[in-house]
Design a protein around this ligand. Sequence first.
Ligand code: VGL
Ligand code: ZN
Length: 214
Amino acid sequence: MSRALLLIDLQNDFCPGGALAVPEGDRVIAVANRAMECCREATIPVVASLDWHPRNHGSFAVNAGHEAGSAGILDGLPQIWWPVHCVQHTPGAQLHPRLNHGGIDKRVYKGLRAEIDSYSAFFDNGHRRQTELDDWLRARDVDHLTVMGLATDYCVKFTVLDALSLGYAVDVITDGCRGVNLAPADSDQALEDMHHRGATLMTVDEFAASLARS
Ligand code: VGL
Ligand code: ZN
């Protein structure tokens, strides 16, 4: 029985000024640093996922020949066409400069294969291949994850739903998440979906208090 903190895609391109900026995306950096500090005191490992696309990635609107924000099909799966973002080794793909990089124990990269998108940090969108995340966590007997990051309505949501399916107990730090909100209610709906499937929603204050008690 052990825990881990999972920080989702805290990268420049998802923050204001980035290619796929999430409104207030940078506000969650201080929340992540606080959660990491709590984890350091409690010797809980911290994993950071990174959206890490090749320049020819099939989810990019320019590569698909469609307008960004519209929807289509990629490799047989529903796909939203995105602006070019998180291209491997570019500044936009780097973790936010104010994030405490030294507090991260493990980085997990996703979205590397051009033909399929990967919102979840565990699987691609077709559940065809896994990242190394589940193996890494199991090797450390982790069965309880606390998740936060960007974006609530895509990568956080699908990571949390996969984690629940894989049998992890999951907490979501709600003030550590922000969403794209292509439709205004998407992030609220995503949190409701995660809660309905079994995730516990909490604030970072509640997370800190729960660790102080244990
Ligand atoms: C994400 C859209 C495209 C995310 C990644 O991190 O939520 N969203 N790629
Ligand atoms: Zn992406």
